[in-house]
Ligand binder design. Structure first.
Ligand code: MGD
Ligand code: MGD
Ligand code: MO
Length: 760
């Protein structure tokens, strides 16, 4: 039977990237870059002397001078380099109450903020304010708090190393470690899980490792949309004959087929390189089961090999020399039944044995993973089982092998490296004391969930945001929005207007900043900043475009000014640091010895790699060994059998809470986001069909408010028992308390729900 026609829903027939991508960029650019010299902006992106693309944290190839084309990078750049402006005249024409009723897309689509603004209650409008006045008000309000732990300092991962370092320095001298961070909503399960396993909270591979891997696994990430430049690497791997295995509840286009716009012949013939050698549609939340099943397979293959007098499949040398905990792991693996694994993963045993066999046969394996792994109530458990699987065959710390968490924001990893963390270690705090001569606070501070709780409960009264859109990115608007409206002070350092800015505190201030694409001139001349990508490569970024407004300041300058206005007895020479960012890098090097010769090494094209002990098989764990860690049993969310599990995903036309457009090309969605992807059988068993209007409600006793109504059901290639809807709209379904117990990462990707036909 032919599928019913539904407005804006039609299966995408092309490959990922290729002509469709070029057309999409042309469309995006047309709307945004009327004045800006677009080719200049795009052609200096990810070049040795240009700026780092704010689109994602995938590394740049070291030895290339060719521009790597990426549709979504181009969108990110054009969105920032737009000629549209959100001016004082705009704010004069619209009350904040009116703006609140606007769509998120429309708020940001007004363009770049141009002036510092402060909310005026009498007129219900943001009015222009001088930088001096803004800083005085912020300093006064922060000093007035009875305790510095009553302020929260959020960071979104676009901030450069220089800005992030100054920010944490300011906040620690002020007296708190309250650093809620976008990373808390993203790869916190990695930052918490991997240090326990392998002693570092980052990936261990380099881009060159992909040239030597025999098998590359992609678990729970969507490179076609979120790390498009990775497709070039995957394509090279596929051409070399490496196996590429995807484990994902949805069939994602970018993982299935791919044409590179770099390769004109393929574009002309419309041929494409098949990407996934194997694609397994795991149930949402079923990854632990798959990983345990793979380990079970490995153990069985090992026994069979030994029985035949073979060498076995486990890397016994590595296990003996480098790890502890193998016995407990094997006991746990043996105790987990295939029946339970099949039920939890939704995959038949034969499929999992097949994946396990591909893994066992490959001599060098890289496992990539993203939000499909981390944003669960057992996110840390997921990450640690991936580490276990790799360690069983010694796939860490040698060429062509390793763990590869795909970071989100372009500098989220660097921000963490230079001190944005609510749980600072002694080395960081001692380093600050050594270099700057003040005693930083040692108590642990708030992560993102804890910060929202503290604000909700009135324990925190001030919120400073270095970028981002915390209220919308965070789970549970029902809790988060009213909480933020109860603040005494809200300050947003931002490029564009968003909903978080409209959640008014007693004093609300917007501070417009330069973006990465723009020229940043300070007292000593034009400045470069530095960023760290997913593979620990640190390199310089220098914008070339004229700033969106003459009133903008760099994030670094804003933080310096805020520190001077807040800390009358500061020990830090802020003016000197802001005048010349190389001085900030010297200070970073002073605090973190790994940045040795920082200013020299960033001059090399491609920058330098920060040392990564696990890549060298040095384990910075308490026992100096890598640890096999147990996740007891399998993940059970306790929901009944008729409940489905909802995962929240990004469309192709969005950057987190920034919605560039209403299309999700590879999933065949045009002009809308009010859809929910459901397996055909799950629709049928509920008497529903493709195109029906349905309500999604959280399957929890007594729930009446966590509901999304009148969503259009799209029959989709998604694992049975799983459904998917777009982030951030679906955050109404995620309770603040639903998070990974260990890392605090909100469980954005495992929400037990029910669906039913909407009332007509
Ligand atoms: N263009 C663009 N680029 C971006 C971003 C953006 O919004 N737009 N965001 C940036 C940021 S901050 C981040 S963190 C990254 C995010 O990059 P991704 O990690 O790719 O993020 P998601 O879109 O959330 O997609 C997660 C993928 O996991 C799958 N998935 C969902 N649940 C499960 C599960 O239970 N198990 C498994 N195995 N898979 C699952 C989904 O089907 C989807 O393919 O991208 C960064 N780059
Ligand atoms: N349901 C659900 N929720 C999620 C997720 C999910 O998968 N599902 N993903 C989570 C993840 S992985 C993340 S990282 C968070 C993202 O959370 P955030 O990082 O807080 O959100 P963004 O949408 O990236 O922030 C967009 C805003 O950043 C500002 N901005 C852009 N560029 C700059 C700049 O250069 N400087 C400054 N100062 N500001 C700038 C603009 O004002 C823009 O409106 O969301 C999380 N929330
Ligand atoms: Mo992220």
């Amino acid at each position: 039977m032919a599928k019913k026609q539904v407005t804006g829903v039609e299966e995408y027939q092309g490959a990922a990237a290729g002509w469709g991508a070029l057309k999409a960029v042309a469309n995006a650019l047309r709307g945004q870059m009327a004045v800006v010299n677009e080719t200049h902006g795009l052609l200096t992106m990810n070049q040795p002397h240009g700026f780092d693309c704010p689109g994602c944290a995938w590394p740049d190839p070291k030895h290339t001078s060719s521009f790597e084309f990426c549709e979504n990078g181009a969108k990110a750049v054009s969105w920032e380099a737009t000629s549209k402006r959100t001016t004082p005249e705009f704010f004069a024409a619209h009350t904040v109450s009116e703006l609140w009723s606007w769509k998120d897309f429309d708020l940001e689509n007004e363009g770049r903020l141009t002036h510092p603004m402060a909310y005026d209650k009498a007129s219900d409008r943001y009015l222009p304010i001088s930088w001096e006045e803004a800083m005085t008000r912020i300093g006064t309000a922060l000093r007035a708090l009875p305790n510095p732990n009553m302020a929260e300092f959020y960071t979104s991962g676009r901030a450069s190393n220089e800005a992030a370092f100054l920010y944490q320095l300011f906040v620690r001298e002020y007296g708190t470690n309250n650093f809620p961070d976008c990373s808390n909503m993203c790869h916190e399960a990695t930052s918490v899980g991997l240090p326990e396993s392998i002693g570092v909270g980052k990936g261990t591979v380099t881009l060159e490792d992909f040239d030597h891997a025999d098998a590359v696994f992609c678990i729970g990430h969507n490179p076609g949309t979120n790390h498009p430049r990775m497709l070039t690497t995957l394509r090279e791997c596929a051409k070399r004959g490496a196996a590429i295995v995807s484990i994902n509840p949805l069939r994602e286009r970018g993982l299935e087929r791919f044409m590179s716009p770099q390769s004109p012949v393929e574009m002309m013939t419309l041929s494409s390189t098949p990407i996934s050698s194997a694609y397994y549609q795991v149930k949402v939340g079923g990854d632990i089961a798959v990983l345990k099943g793979m380990m079970k397979t490995l153990v069985a293959l090992d026994a069979a090999s030994l029985a035949e007098g073979g060498p076995g499949v486990l890397d016994r040398e590595f296990i003996a020399a480098h790890t502890v905990g193998i016995d407990a792991l094997l006991t746990d693996i043996n105790a987990t039944s295939w029946e339970a694994i099949e039920k939890s993963s939704g995959l038949p045993r034969a499929d999992i044995e097949n994946i396990g066999t591909i893994y066992a046969r490959a001599s060098s394996v890289i496992i990539n993973y993203g939000m499909g792994i981390t944003q669960h109530r057992h996110g840390t458990g997921n990450v640690q089982q991936i580490a276990n699987l790799l360690m069983l065959r010694g796939n860490i710390g040698r060429p062509g092998a390793g763990i590869s968490p795909l970071r989100g924001h372009s500098n989220v990893q660097g921000d963490r490296t230079v001190g944005i963390t609510e749980v600072p270690n002694a080395a960081l705090l001692d380093g600050i004391k050594r270099v700057f001569g003040f005693e930083p606070p040692r108590d642990h501070g708030h992560d993102a969930v804890a910060a929202v709780r503290a604000i909700r409960d009135g324990r925190s009264k001030a919120l400073i945001c270095l970028g981002g859109n915390l209220a919308v990115a965070m789970s549970d608007p029902e809790a988060t929005y009213p909480a933020m409206r109860g603040l005494d002070l809200a300050v947003h350092i931002a490029t564009k207007l968003n909903r978080s800015h409209l959640l008014l505190a007693k004093e609300s201030i917007l501070l417009p900043c330069l973006g990465r694409t723009e020229i940043d001139v300070q007292a000593s001349g034009p400045q470069s900043v530095t960023v760290e990508d997913s593979m620990s490569m640190v390199h310089a970024s220098r914008g070339g475009l004229k700033p969106a407004s003459e009133h903008l300041k760099s994030e670094t300058a804003i933080i310096g000014a805020m520190a001077m206005a807040t800390l009358p007895n500061t020990k830090v020479n802020w003016a000197e640091l802001v005048a010349d960012y190389s001085k900030i890098r010297d200070a970073i090097e002073g605090v973190f010895p790994a940045f040795k010769d920082y200013n020299t090494r960033i001059k090399e094209p491609g920058g330098f790699r920060l040392s990564n002990a696990a890549s060298e098989r040095e384990w910075l764990t308490p026992g100096s060994k890598a640890n096999f860690l147990i996740f007891p049993g399998l993940y059970e969310d306790g929901s009944s059998d008729e409940a489905l599990t909802l995962t929240t995903i990004r469309s192709h036309d969005q950057y987190n809470t920034t919605i560039y457009g209403m299309n999700d090309r590879y999933r065949g969605i045009t002009g809308r986001r009010d859809v929910v992807f459901v397996n055909e059988l799950d629709l049928a068993s509920r008497g529903l069909k493709h195109g029906d209007l349905i309500d999604i409600a959280v399957a929890a006793p007594g729930n009446v408010t966590r509901v999304m109504r009148r969503m259009t059901a799209v029959s989709y290639k998604i694992a049975q028992g799983s459904v998917a809807a777009y982030y951030p709209e679906a955050n109404v379904l995620v309770a603040l308390d639903q998070h990974d117990a260990k890392s605090g990462t909100p469980a954005y990707k495992s929400i037990p729900i029910r669906i039913e036909a909407s009332a007509s």
